[in-house]
Design a protein around this ligand. Structure first.
Ligand SMILES: C[S@@+](CC[C@H](N)C(=O)[O-])C[C@H]1O[C@@H](n2cnc3c(N)ncnc32)[C@H](O)[C@@H]1O
Length: 300
């Protein structure tokens, strides 16, 4: 005898209720309970994991931020990795997440920027602010610790993006800075970093303090920016450069510029790498060449 499988009911039949599905309710109960238990288990495990580490991280952040406010930054790759990894436990994590909503850097990078800004000696200069996510975080931290001055250069224009699209980058940057109440903590400069008037403003503004923290997240031409602003950087200046490791298909032109240059400078001893954080952000510091030689392995 030939048996043929019955064709499964089509959507219209199901919708019209013409097909009876025996044991459907029973199946839902039998298979639904373990699913719910599993979901609850995952939720409970997360909760336990969070609260198990919470007190340790809270004390850790409290101590490190207090030291940073006294210009004592613990700049070792291991410490920075721990600092970034526990981001969700940081008391300021909510404000970091809010700032992330209009920016492109990873929250752990924003948290590290905040940490650097708390303890930096000298001026802060940001190239490529976009609509001000990192700008707001840096300006708040500088205000809190009484640091600065802080300059932020943004070329402006229009950005097409699935989530962060804007018709006027610089206007949005000004708005975000104003809305977060940090207009007095940052000087916004509309123009490209290599424009003469931007360079003159930075040179004049950082003459006495020098630059202690440089954040570059612009068009990938980090070599041009470091050569132009190198003479203004303090010895041991903290350096944060985005687009170090980006999927080739996504943004290979920036990575093609950033990675080889930074790797070459690290090999030459002019830069020291602390680590790569977030999506693809290089974090390290700059050492001035002395009498044609470079200093290596210096600690803070
Ligand atoms: C990737 S976005 C920066 C994202 C930003 N750091 C954040 O946290 O969201 C790059 C920005 O750099 C700006 N830009 C590109 N080249 C620049 C340059 N030479 N000087 C200043 N800004 C530049 C672009 O207009 C763009 O807004």
């Amino acid at each position: 005898m030939l048996y043929t499988a019955r064709a499964p009911p089509c959507r219209e039949e199901l919708a019209a209720g013409r097909v009876r599905r025996p044991f459907m309710l029973l199946k839902k109960i039998v298979f639904g309970i373990p699913r719910r238990l599993r979901a609850f288990g995952i939720y409970a495990a997360r909760w336990v994991r969070y609260w198990r580490w919470y007190p340790f991280y809270r004390i850790y952040y409290h101590c490190l931020d207090a030291l940073a406010r006294r210009h004592m930054l613990v700049l070792t790759p291991f410490n920075l990795r721990c600092y970034a990894r526990g981001a969700e436990y940081h008391p300021e994590f909510d404000s970091i997440v809010k700032a992330k909503q209009f920016g492109m850097l990873h929250p752990e990078v924003l948290l590290l920027l905040r940490y650097f800004a708390l303890g930096v000696r000298g001026a802060v200069f940001e190239i490529g602010a976009f609509t001000g996510s990192a700008t707001v975080v840096l300006a708040k931290a500088l205000k809190e610790a009484g640091g600065g001055p802080y300059f932020s250069a943004e070329a402006g224009g229009v950005k097409e993006h699935p989530i962060l699209a804007t018709n006027d980058i610089f206007a949005d940057l000004e708005r975000h800075v104003r809305e977060h109440g940090v207009s007095d903590a940052v000087v916004l400069l509309n123009g490209r970093s290599h424009f003469p008037h931007i360079h003159q403003t930075i040179a004049a503004g950082t003459k006495s303090a020098g630059i202690g923290l440089l954040v570059v997240d612009a068009d990938g031409r980090v070599q041009r920016d470091l050569e132009a602003y190198g003479p203004l950087l303090n010895d041991g200046c903290l350096l944060v450069v985005d687009d170090y490791l980006i999927e080739a298909a996504e943004n290979n032109y920036k990575m093609g510029l950033v990675k080889p240059y930074l790797d070459g400078e690290v090999a030459a001893g002019r830069l020291q790498l602390f680590g790569v954080f977030g999506f693809s952000t290089w974090v390290g510091r700059y050492w001035e060449p002395v009498n044609g030689h470079t200093r290596e392995g210096k600690s803070n």
